[in-house]
Design a protein around this ligand. Structure first.
Ligand code: URA
Length: 266
């Protein structure tokens, strides 16, 4: 007979495995028993050739180049709603398969300040909104300290928030170079359509992806750069500040600088 402690261990192991799968986005059991699909290549039906070519097939170079396709889909979006639809329809980024929600934006359209973060975490993936977890709460407190916020009705004090990636990477790993390259055209179009006076590049991934620089965030934070014809301020990410509270001094200096810059712009 199996000792009770073994039952308990098996139960806890199975429960932990289930919790992990739910966390990874598994929401459906396909089979009763696992199958090694790598062992079934012969059974996969080969795609049949369509009788006629699709009416509006993309040029071959675009069809095979995910970044070119991202560029053309982003460019075709005429407003923020269309850009969101374009992202939802973009087929080449596999992160979408593991995510619960597409996280597009939060805050006020027309805000003078647009924040671009890195990627959704667990809470953001669940709620479909950027910066709503612990780092997001710190971000709200930081901007609250200079009387700005995502819910502020006055565009001069409002924030508009997005991320480089709209889907959560598994276990919050760093986005790969390929994922960043695919999403960059969408973020550029996002900035164009949102048309803020100032862009805040929140953290290492945002600053390096958008400025195409390998300079470290601790080196370039607080230095005004030009990005898409407007001032951009690289800042330390609130998740970093949670781990490194001593760096809040620098973040505070950057917030005051941002506030001063807003006063100087028309
Ligand atoms: N960190 C980010 O960069 N973005 C989010 O939306 C949440 C955490």
């Amino acid at each position: 007979m199996t000792p009770w402690s073994d039952w308990e261990t098996n139960f806890e192991t199975a429960r932990a495995a289930l919790a992990w799968q739910v966390e990874m986005g598994v929401d459906e059991a396909i089979c009763d028993t696992p199958q090694n699909r790598y062992a079934l290549p012969d059974k996969v039906a080969k795609p049949t050739k369509p009788a006629t070519a699709p009416a509006a097939a993309a040029p071959a170079s675009e069809a095979t180049d995910p970044v070119a396709e991202a560029r053309s889909m982003a460019a075709a979006a005429q407003d923020l709603a269309e850009l969101r639809e374009a992202l939802a329809a973009y087929p080449h980024c596999e992160l979408r398969l593991g995510a619960r929600n597409l996280v597009f934006c939060d805050g006020q359209e027309g805000a003078r300040v647009m924040i671009v973060g890195e990627a959704p975490g667990r809470e953001e993936d669940l709620q479909g909104k950027p910066f709503v977890g612990e780092a997001g709460q710190l971000l709200d407190r930081m901007f609250g300290a200079i009387a700005m916020g995502r819910a502020h009705p006055d565009p001069a004090r409002a924030l508009y928030i997005t991320n480089i990636l709209p889907w959560r990477p598994p276990q919050n790993r760093d986005p790969s170079a390929e994922e960043r390259a695919m999403m960059r055209p969408f973020v550029l179009r996002h900035v164009e359509l949102a048309n803020p006076d100032i862009v805040v590049l929140m953290g290492r991934i945002s600053a390096s992806t958008l400025l195409e620089t390998s300079e470290g965030i601790t080196r370039i934070r607080g230095q005004w750069r030009e990005f898409m014809g407007r001032p951009a301020l690289p800042m330390l990410h609130p998740a970093y500040l949670l781990r490194t509270p001593a760096a809040k001094r620098e973040a505070w200096a950057d917030l005051l600088d941002l506030q001063a810059k807003l006063r100087t712009l028309p």
